[in-house]
Each structure stands twice: as structure tokens, then as C-alpha cells.
Design a protein around this ligand. Structure first.
Ligand code: IDC
Length: 355
């Protein structure tokens, strides 16, 4: 009798250790925001770039996944602890992106108080053991050099304040764009200067640089590299209804050329942020990003009623989180299943057949 109890205990322990061993392989794991009671930052710690991979403190490749805010000047109310915690616990998000529009009406340059939405986000993520992207959302001004003076001050302050926290990732120019804005003449000089500012206060956290033409020309950095590219990654943005196989090929080529990629923004819709949810095209991208271990943040948390917003029109006006199915848009329901590891191309195809 005693013997069989022991045998049972031994088998049980072996089964348990098998489970935890499987879970510890980050590269192929199921991307959990919390595992064995530990947050993702407790498990992965200080991130680093090795080759083209984003890696944890021990050098294991990791893939982070999560949500982006909408423009903080429009839907910044969702950048609060309740919502970010809900996204961690119910949506299994490991990362949050705080999108600080710089130009335009109500953007940071004309409305510096907006910085508080960023710091609220960063502090919520630190308390939650999540990673956080501080996104300097260059868009309407086209050229990151235009507001460089403000970027220098901003990133100096952020890196002084949070440089010792492994949670923080700096995204220094969302989407440079416009015919006259090139890698070599605009983005590179801007990036080298901002990286220098950050590195004085923060020697190691990841810095992400935008690429030309709304962060689509990911081959540009490899032909004219930054002088200070350590722990630096480059971004590719895609909208599944507009950017397809060719865009994935560009990313694969950039990786081959040695350029580390982080998809800091993508959407299930067309590039307008609207025009329907492209489920199959999205799942192709998800397979591709997983296969290449590329981290991502999805656009975005808002209840505006646009197709790329995860909330139903006018849902959760008080921004409390705790969303029920009826509070989510089509995009929101789809995204939640992806993040919770409940949906991939294979199961989606099966579901379509069964319909
Ligand atoms: C869009 C918002 C939309 C807003 C518009 C303003 O979804 O509600 O009216 O910005 O410019 C991007 C940008 C991101 C865009 C998004 C969708 O980084 O700011 O948000 N997009 O158009 N690049 C490609 C698509």
C-alpha cells in the first residue's frame, strides 16, 4: 500500500516537472502574462537583443504580445491601472503601449500635460510586472527631426525616471513618413541623437526605431547602420487588410540582413484603421510573427466605433475594464482569443468549416 502511494507521488511529481519544463521554453510557449504565480517581468527580467532576437535576461528568445492604447489625447482614459490589469489578467497581455501623439491638435507638443498619461501607464505596468512601450507617436509632422528638441527633453526625463526598471522600452518615432523623409537624412540622425540621450541614463533597456514610409521600409537600417545600435530594434507596422505577403517578405529579408524587428503596432483592418476585420490575413501574420519570434502590440483600445478598436461603440465609457462579451467589438473578441491562445490558423479553419 505504502509502495503504491509512493509510486503515485513519484509519477505525479514527474508529470508536474514535465509540465513546468515545457512551460519554461519561452520560444515555443503559450505566452503567459502570469505563470506559476510570476509575472512576465519577474520571469524574463532585463531584456536584451541577441542577433535579431529579443531575449530574456538569460539569453532565451522571447515573444511579447499585447495591446496599444489609441492616441492618449483621444482615448487616454483607458491608459489606467484597472484597464491595464484587466488586459493582463483576462487578455493575457504581457505588454502595453502608450501612444503619445507628438504633433497635431492636442498632441504632446501643444499639450504637454499628456505626459501624465504616459507615466500613469508606465507605473501601472511596473506594478503589474508588464513591459511597456513608451511610444513617441510621430505621424502628422512626418519628420522626426521636426520636434527633436521636445523628444530630447522627453526621453531624457523618461530614462532618468525609469531607466533602472526592466519594464520600459522606448519607441522613439512611431511612423516617419513623407517623400522627403529618408532613413539616412532624417531618421538615422534623429535616432542616433535620441539613443545617446537615453543611454546616458539607461545603459540597457530596448530602444525601437521607426522605419521610412510609415514604418514599412525595414531594409533601410541594414544598408546604413546606426553607430549606437546595441539593444536597438526596428519597427515594421502592418494592417492585415492592406499589407500582406510582400510585407512579410520584407520583414524576412530584414531579419536575414541582421535587423532585429519589433512590430510595435498592427491592426486587423485596413491601414485606415477601418474597413472590416481581416481574420484569415491576420492569422497568417500571427503564424509568421510566432515563427520568427517577433513581438507585437495591437492597435488599439478605444470605443470610438472604428473596426480596429477592441471595444464596441460607446462601451465601457468609464474605462473600468472588466469587459463582458457584449462590450467587445468583432475585432476585440477575435484579438482576445488570439492573446489567450484560444485561436490559431488551424482552429480558425476548422471553425469556418463547421459554420
Ligand atoms: C488612427 C486612428 C484613428 C485616428 C487617426 C488619426 O485609428 O481613429 O483618427 O489615427 O491620424 C497608423 C498610425 C495610427 C493610426 C492607425 C490607423 O500609427 O496613429 O490611428 N495607423 O489608421 N499607421 C497605420 C495605421
Amino acid at each position: 500500500m505504502k509502495k503504491s502511494v509512493m509510486l503515485f507521488a513519484a509519477t505525479f511529481a514527474a508529470a508536474l516537472s514535465f509540465v513546468s519544463c515545457v512551460n519554461s521554453k519561452y520560444a515555443n510557449d503559450t505566452h503567459l502574462a502570469i505563470e506559476d504565480g510570476k509575472t512576465v517581468v519577474e520571469r524574463y527580467g532585463q531584456l536584451q537583443v541577441i542577433g535579431t532576437d529579443l531575449c530574456d535576461q538569460n539569453g532565451n528568445p522571447v515573444q511579447l504580445r499585447g495591446m496599444s492604447s489609441h492616441g492618449l489625447h483621444w482615448y487616454g482614459k483607458y491608459a489606467n491601472k484597472d484597464v491595464i490589469t484587466w488586459l493582463r489578467d483576462d487578455w493575457n497581455c504581457q505588454i502595453w503601449r502608450a501612444a503619445l501623439y507628438t504633433g497635431g491638435q492636442g498632441g504632446y507638443v501643444s499639450n504637454p500635460a499628456l505626459k501624465e498619461r504616459v507615466t500613469d501607464s508606465v507605473e501601472a505596468c511596473i506594478e503589474n510586472g508588464m513591459y511597456v512601450l513608451i511610444d513617441w507617436h510621430v505621424l502628422e509632422e512626418h519628420d522626426p527631426l521636426l520636434y527633436k528638441k521636445y523628444a530630447v527633453e522627453f526621453f531624457d526625463e523618461m530614462s532618468k525616471k525609469y531607466g533602472d526598471k526592466p519594464n520600459v522600452i522606448y519607441e522613439i518615432c512611431n511612423e516617419p513618413n513623407g517623400e522627403k523623409v529618408t532613413w539616412s537624412d532624417n531618421i538615422k540622425p534623429y535616432a542616433e541623437e535620441i539613443i545617446e540621450v537615453i543611454r546616458k541614463n539607461d545603459p540597457d533597456n530596448i530602444i525601437i526605431v521607426g522605419t521610412p514610409v510609415w514604418s514599412s521600409q525595414v531594409m533601410a537600417p541594414s544598408s546604413d547602420p546606426l553607430k549606437n545600435g546595441k539593444n536597438v530594434m526596428y519597427t515594421c507596422h502592418f494592417y492585415a487588410g492592406s499589407h500582406k505577403a510582400e510585407a512579410r517578405k520584407n520583414v524576412a529579408n530584414a531579419l536575414k540582413a541582421g535587423t532585429p524587428i519589433f512590430v510595435t503596432e498592427w491592426g486587423t483592418t485596413q491601414a485606415s484603421g477601418d474597413g472590416g476585420v481581416y481574420e484569415k490575413e491576420t492569422l497568417k501574420w500571427m503564424e509568421f510573427l510566432k515563427a520568427h519570434n517577433i513581438s507585437w502590440a495591437n492597435w488599439s483600445v478605444n470605443n470610438k466605433g472604428e473596426d480596429s478598436g477592441i471595444l464596441a461603440f460607446n462601451a465601457d465609457r468609464e474605462a473600468k475594464g472588466n469587459w463582458k462579451d457584449k462590450d467587445l467589438s468583432k475585432d476585440g473578441k477575435f484579438l482576445r482569443r488570439i492573446l489567450r491562445n484560444e485561436l490559431d490558423m488551424k482552429s480558425w479553419k476548422q471553425e469556418q468549416k463547421n459554420k
